[in-house]
Design a protein around this ligand. Structure first.
Ligand code: AMP
Length: 192
């Protein structure tokens, strides 16, 4: 399976993506985790990304596309992969299409976890207190949600036009959402 997970910050993408990837036996590729790791270990990509991540802005497309191109070229992606947090702009989605076309591969599922803003803000503030993530503060959360509306919402439309978007209600317990996801992954777009 080659899966893309879309959804705003706080939608529960990371949690659900990890479970789906583990069940499917494919790597869970979180570009947010990759950026945090790069920043923590002070790589050139990390140095470039930090100024954007800290304020809730998107890391430039050329940096992200290169990071993902390199990651998808690794052997563990041969059986498939789950991308969590990428693509986040239409330019990234188009670049992913081109990359997959070069590799003669196609996405099997594009999942969008849908959660209303009030619930997102509540969850993100809680996570900020619990995990101490530097971008889970009220000010940065607001910016990340604004960026999502402006730049990432059109990515859903990009996949919806191709008929490959699978919307999933992301409100409920982790288990409930997991069950919805498992059903959607079996049925694909247009399924019940
Ligand atoms: P996340 O953990 O997915 O919320 O990502 C945390 C931060 O990493 C984002 O606010 C961005 O600054 C950066 N980031 C992660 N994925 C991308 C992406 N596909 N494009 C640009 N920036 C990204």
């Amino acid at each position: 399976m080659r899966i893309v997970f879309l959804g705003p910050p706080g939608a529960g993408k990371g949690t659900q993506a990890a479970q789906v990837a583990a069940r499917a036996g494919i790597p869970h590729i979180s570009t947010g985790d990759m950026m945090r790791a790069a920043i923590a270990s002070g790589t050139p990509v990390g140095a470039r990304a930090k100024e954007f991540v800290d304020v809730g802005k998107l890391v430039p497309d050329d940096v992200m596309i290169e990071v993902v191109r390199e990651r998808l070229g690794q052997d563990d992606c041969d059986p498939g992969f789950l991308l969590d947090g990428f693509p986040r702009t239409v330019a990234q989605a188009a670049a992913l299409d081109r990359l997959l076309a070069e590799l003669r591969l196609e996405l099997t599922h594009v999942i969008e976890l849908q959660v209303p803003n009030e619930v997102l803000i509540e969850r993100l503030l809680e996570r900020g207190k619990r995990d101490g993530r530097s971008d889970d503060t009220a000010e940065v959360i607001e910016e990340r949600l604004r960026v999502y509306e402006e730049l990432t919402r059109p990515v859903s439309a990009f996949y919806a036009e191709k008929g490959s978007l699978i919307p999933i209600d992301g409100v409920g317990t982790i288990e409930e959402i997991g069950t919805r996801l498992a059903a959607a992954l079996e049925n694909g777009p247009g399924g019940p």
